[in-house]
Design a protein around this ligand. Sequence first.
Ligand code: MV4
Length: 494
Amino acid sequence: MNKILVANRGEIALRVMHTAHKMGIQTVAIYSEADRNAPHVLFADESICIGPPPSTESYLRGDKIIEAAKKLNVEGIHPGYGFLSENAQFAESVEKNGITFIGPSPESIEIMGNKLAAKDAVKKYNIPMVPGIDQAITDVEIAKSIAEDIGFPILIKAAAGGGGKGMRVVEKIEDLEEQMNRAISEAVSSFGDGSVFIEKYISSPRHIEIQVLADEFGNTVHLFERECSVQRRHQKVVEEAPSAILTPEIRASMGNDAINVARSCNYKGAGTVEFLVDENLNYYFLEMNTRLQVEHPVTEFISGIDLVEEQIKIARGLKLGFAQKDLKIKGHALELRVYAEDPANDFLPNVGKLTKYNKPEGDGIRLDDGYAEGMDIPIYYDPMLSKLITYGSNRHEAIQKMLEAIDLYEIEGVATTLAFGKFVFKHPAFLSGQFNTHFVGKYFDSKVMKSGDPVEAELAAMLSTIVFEDNLNKLKAPKSIQSNWKQNRSTNGK
Ligand code: MV4
């Protein structure tokens, strides 16, 4: 493989091309009419315009992308994340055209794309799953009896869903019929597939995922976890590796289960296995993402492995160059997603011209971005401007480095989530490691934060300390064991 096309834009297109370049591989950029002068186009050895700005007419046009690839004698296509990255048909037609798809097989993508097919595939391994059913359900009476067996609250999910779309919490049996009908019609309109199923609702979970790598010879390893609980409306904002709460034993067990999930669908390439983790550190397999994820850089920092390089080597048919025993966690990494959104205004997308753009630089600071000063941020795509990633020998150092980097990062012209990041990294709940997927909803109030002002963000974090301490006090038993939260939880009988 001497020439690859990156079927994506922005920071991830650039990030993939950097590794290709390092490996001596020629790069081809595709771009829409809105991205003519984008950094990923300027960086590539060759580039080709594939259509008008809307992604349905450009970055989602698999046919045009393959046509461009053939025209330029491309030997491999890297899909990045989003767009066509988890589209089994695209992967299949890339291969049918004699081009290597840098990713898993269409079959693996298809199995894991359907939550019920995924549950079915992992059945032969003993992987912990949320109590629930593994088949689509249409009959309300049957649903009621299953829900009563599981116990309320329950969650109705769409088999074709993912990322939180089409989920409905049901608190009591009287609400089930209406919620189920809504879930089905939502699933039909969003995914063209009305299959829904029922699970026990885990009310305050953490979201922890395991990175896996597999070659085509059946060698599969895991590269530890990423903690992704700081999110708003299913959009991750902060990620870290390793998690502040996993023990080496739970990590090894989750890692092993993640490897088996990958094996269950004959996985090859880089993939991510998502788990929910409850207050007692019980974990449950949720789904597998069959792509390189946005937050992969934190794993690269703590493992020392370039995941894109591994993807390309695997796609070239090489064996993994390391085994599980060769992998060790070193240090701690954090990622802040910098969105062009206004945290003071309910995170409304805030597009415009980047009138000032100065990047933070230094040891332990990595910035993955796809914009430059003077550029307009197009309205057509995801509003993520960049990912700010920091690394330290421990969690505290990584956090200090992040606060430093946020202060060094100057962005003017659009509101961003930089100051919101400062709120998170100063917040006592985040600092203590005791937080779950409700972090933003529980502690953040956009009214206390004036547009993009980091001082206000600090103040907001301090104010929200009151809510945090109040929560702690409600949880806590005797004063003498207050600092030992694990012990404390068991005293509480949770
Ligand atoms: C759940 C859950 C609680 N209980 N499943 C959301 C995205 C999709 N991948 C699955 N999700 C959830 N599934 C059960 N049985 C809570 C969530 C959830 C969530 C999961 C991960 C990260 C953020 C989340 C935010 C809200 C709900």
